[in-house]
Design a binder for this molecule. Structure first.
Ligand SMILES: [Ca+2]
Length: 103
C-alpha cells in the first residue's frame, strides 16, 4: 500500500506496490503515467520504464425524477432531474425524457 504523489518516489524492496486509492483519495478520470527505475545490489540504476494507466468511469449514473404530485387541468409543469447523480468520477450531461402514457 502506498500513497503516490506526483514526482515523489515511492521506494520498496518488493517487486509490487499497491497504488492505494479510495473515494476521497482518487485519481481523476483520464491518463496517468507511472515510472519504474530498478536498482541492483551493486547500486546500478536502470533507465526508467513507464506505463500509462487510464482511469475510466465504468459506473452508470442514477436518475432521480421529481414532479408535482398533481397539477390543474391544462396547466404546464416541470419535470426535474437535477437530483440525478453519477458514480465513478463522472457527471450527468444528458437527460432523456419520455412520456409513458396513462397507466
Ligand atoms: Ca459514471
Amino acid at each position: 500500500m502506498a500513497q503516490f504523489i506526483i514526482n515523489q518516489e515511492v521506494k520498496t524492496d518488493t517487486p509490487t506496490v499497491e497504488v492505494t486509492l479510495s473515494a476521497t483519495n482518487a485519481l481523476p478520470l483520464g491518463r496517468h503515467t507511472f515510472r519504474l527505475v530498478v536498482v541492483d545490489d551493486s547500486g546500478n540504476a536502470s533507465i526508467p520504464d513507464e506505463v500509462v494507466v487510464i482511469v475510466a468511469d465504468t459506473s452508470a449514473p442514477t436518475a432521480v425524477l421529481s414532479a408535482p404530485r398533481s397539477v390543474a387541468f391544462s396547466t404546464s409543469f416541470n419535470l426535474d432531474g437535477s437530483r440525478s447523480f453519477d458514480a465513478g468520477g463522472g457527471r450527468v450531461t444528458t437527460y432523456l425524457w419520455t412520456y409513458m402514457g396513462q397507466p
